[in-house]
Write a protein that binds this ligand. Sequence first.
Ligand code: GDP
Ligand code: MN
Length: 389
Amino acid sequence: MKIHEYQAKQILAEFGVPVPKGRVASSPEEARTIAAELGGRVVVKAQIHAGGRGKGGGVKLAGSADEAQQVAGQILGMQLVTHQTGPSGQKVKTVLVEEQMPIERELYLAVLVDGASGQPVMMASAAGGMDIEAVAATTPEQIFRVAVDPASGFQPYMARELAFDLGLTGDQMKSATALMSGLFKAFVAKDASLAEINPLVVTKDGRVLALDAKFNVDDSALFRHAEITALRDVDEEDPLEVKAKELGIGSYIKLDGNIGCVVNGAGLAMATMDTIKLAGGEPANFLDIGTVNNPDRVVNALQVIIEDPAVKAILVNIFGGMARVDVIAQGVIDAYQKLGLKIPVVARLDGTNLEEGERLLNESGLPVIRGKDLGEAARKAVEAAAGAA
Ligand code: GDP
Ligand code: MN
């Protein structure tokens, strides 16, 4: 789960990470009041879940409370487009008004889980303020890393090593190492998957603080963080993903292609997406409906899928283990009746109760296209989507 910058900064501050003074505003007048409290020279920052706001015009400096009100008026309500939002952008509902920092250096600091080693890793770079993926691609030697053994935790020498790599000495070294240990504590305590400060700044008067903050929390750990769940902003999420969660149909993730997928099991979902791509198509979503023992779950899944106007064909790929193929087949049949399905459906079914599932589909008289194996089903789905488009 993602949260806003201002929320991330509150969490980091609780763990001793220094952040600029500031508050959120949802109207230009409110922004003016906060700017006046902060002495007038402020930065006004759009609060959306995507990064790259600066380049998109969502971060603006103001020299006075009047100017803060004016720029807040420009940013609030805007449809902010960044490289992370997609072309339609994201509507700005609140801005963070913060004291302006006199920046000497912009650095990068993050903690994330390294899937390869299965350990948290702290990453730092002197090339902060910019797109870290670009730095990683062009000048990977500018990124420093330390892997942290979860059993022994983040050690002071690791912080000193990274601070040294960043070229920090004296008091700045001390501030940076304290900040790093605070960041790591926050990461562990909140079950984060990513805690990123970009930029981490050194000010002209020698302070080290988090000018920006991104903090993603592992969804599987939310049950023990009511305080994080309370920060959820549904407006920032894909509406169909929200609907899928409400309907409880498993994990649905919207993608860019035109073939909707109904699959049981995350591994099968990935294999299905690969096979669609191999057949020259693009999946419109990733949907793992899990173990299904109720046809309604299939109907709900298909309802979410056809609500995406990009979907031109649907591939139902089920291997019945604990789930029964006849229940899935009944769900597909019900969906034709309840949803008035017009989009071509390709089904590849195998496993438990296959014969009964086949019988139900055959006797239904519905135009369900059949694939004897995944390869054939994927090819037929790609053909059907091309025909329908
Ligand atoms: P992002 O573009 O969404 O990552 O937003 P950031 O919070 O990282 O802000 C983008 C850029 O705005 C930073 O890299 C800074 O260069 C600039 N910026 C943000 N806050 C301040 C500030 O207080 N003072 C100055 N001088 N620049 C700032
Ligand atoms: Mn940033």
